[in-house]
Design a protein around this ligand. Structure first.
Ligand SMILES: [Fe+2]
Length: 286
């Protein structure tokens, strides 16, 4: 039997974003039972905007590489302290989309942790170190997230899904941003939103995942923390409807103007900081 190290790709490859979704993992021989032991996962909450931030790390890898999905500026220090306490090496700060309800923590994190790269979709037109497209893989150690384009809430929304190999966490996990919320979905009346597109995105990119795939949204306002594809296909009050009914529901939500949008969107187009090259704060060592 091959040793673990012999199967591990060099670090430069493990950080690569350029592999396509149909490429074969070199780790398919790993026993299934090992897969969940690799992933360290934490769901974190920012109460003012009811935002979830997710910390994922490959703790079986010697560097314990980690990433944050949708960090918030106000809770960036909390998240960095946690990563430090857990002995993780943060390598990516990732957004599912350009948020309108809070300022992202990605720019701030970059000033505090040397080497962290910010990531957002190319379709968002926002500034980041790495702009990803549908089909890209974001590796952290031997684990990866697959990028799926799920526009409709905003034009650049993506869903990040854990890998589908036997060496990847099972069941799969989908970080859906605001495309699919638990028993809901993001609004479609700003930022290039389209109810038509959102309906297609959810049905073609999320509801086609295995039914036991866990749904981790960017927000929850009622205390839910996780759902599954199966649950949302059965009980989502909007997306279980036919497309015309869905469009009519979305057109008649009568929501207020988002109170943070005029501050948050311009800031989030540049990583949450108007000037990401501003004088770095004291380096955060992990
Ligand atoms: Fe949003």
């Amino acid at each position: 039997m091959l040793k673990l190290n012999a199967l591990r790709p060099p670090l430069s490859r493990s950080l690569s974003l350029t592999l396509h979704s149909d490429s074969v993992s070199p780790h398919r021989n790993y026993a299934t039972s090992m897969s969940n032991k690799k992933l360290l996962f934490r769901q974190l909450f920012e109460k003012e905007s009811s935002t979830y931030t997710y910390l994922l790390a490959d703790v079986s890898h010697r560097d314990r590489p980690a990433l944050l999905i949708d960090p918030v500026d106000k809770t960036a220090d909390r998240d960095l302290t946690l990563a430090k306490e857990l002995g993780l090496k943060l390598i990516y700060a990732i957004n599912t989309h350009v948020h309108a309800d809070h300022v992202t923590g990605t720019g701030l994190i970059k000033t505090k942790v040397p080497g962290v790269k910010s990531v957002i979709s190319k379709a968002s037109d926002a500034k980041a170190d790495l702009q990803i497209d549908a089909g890209d893989r974001i590796y952290f150690g031997d684990l990866f997230l697959e990028v799926r384009a799920t526009p409709g809430h905003t034009q650049g929304c993506v869903t990040y899904v854990t890998g589908d190999g036997l060496d990847q966490p099972q069941p799969r996990m989908a970080f859906t941003g605001d495309a699919l919320l638990i028993r809901g979905c993001g609004r479609t009346d700003f930022q290039g939103g389209s109810s038509d597109q959102l309906y297609q995105s959810v049905h073609s990119q999320i509801f086609t995942l295995p039914k036991d795939t866990l749904i981790y949204p960017a927000h929850d306002y009622r205390g839910f923390t996780v759902s599954s594809v199966e649950e949302e296909m059965l009980y989502n009050p909007r997306l279980t409807k036919d497309e015309e009914t869905f469009k009519s529901i979305m057109a008649n939500l009568n929501l207020q103007y988002p109170k943070m949008i005029d501050i948050a969107v311009p800031a989030n187009m540049v990583c949450g900081l108007q000037d990401v090259s501003a004088k770095p704060a004291e380096a955060f060592s992990s």
